[in-house]
Write a protein that binds this ligand. Structure first.
Ligand code: HEC
Length: 141
């Protein structure tokens, strides 16, 4: 009878210890998971911060809007496609070439290719303003 009680107590202790260790491990790995997730989220936030600071770089808006796939702006050292003309002096030349100031041209281009570009990828007012600012800077160099 005494032996049974001792065996019972020992098994109970082993059971408890086992359970405790098990939960400690899974508990730990959950904590590690959570830490990893936080790290991932932090990295994402850092990444998006980087994109924001990068987008304020000169010419980045042209890259973002795909303009550089057809245009270079050699005065800003932006090497792009050759389908369209170099935009280094576009700020000054567009009115003479296309009959309207660049602001209007980028809203409703008078030329065939650019009409298509703007129709399929319209620019917001902010984007247009940013692009014009970049092209103005280029034309003043
Ligand atoms: C698919 C190629 C293509 C893309 C993309 C493109 N353009 Fe053009 N762009 C042209 C071509 C070709 C011309 C020459 C006029 C024409 O034939 O339409 C032109 C003309 C222009 C002009 C007039 C310059 C001049 O000297 O005649 C400006 C300004 C301009 N593009 C700005 C932009 C901006 C800003 C973007 C991005 C939002 C852009 N383009 C995207 C092809 C493109």
């Amino acid at each position: 009878m005494k032996q049974t009680v001792i065996i019972f107590i020992i098994s109970a202790l082993i059971g408890l210890a086992g359970g405790y260790t098990y939960f400690q491990f899974t508990g730990k790995s959950q904590a590690a998971d959570a830490k990893q997730k936080t790290a991932a989220v932090q990295k994402e936030t850092n990444d998006s911060k980087e994109t924001v600071s990068a987008s304020s770089k000169e010419g980045d808006i042209l890259q973002q809007k795909g303009c550089l796939s057809c245009h270079s702006v050699s005065k800003l050292n932006l090497q792009g496609g050759t389908t369209g003309p170099d935009l280094s002096n576009a700020y000054k030349e567009v009115e003479g070439k296309h009959g309207k100031p660049i602001e209007e041209f980028l809203k409703a281009p008078t030329s065939a290719v650019m009409s298509g570009v703007i129709k399929s990828h319209p620019l917001t007012n902010e984007e247009r303003a940013a692009i014009i600012k970049v092209l103005k800077t280029a034309s003043e160099k």
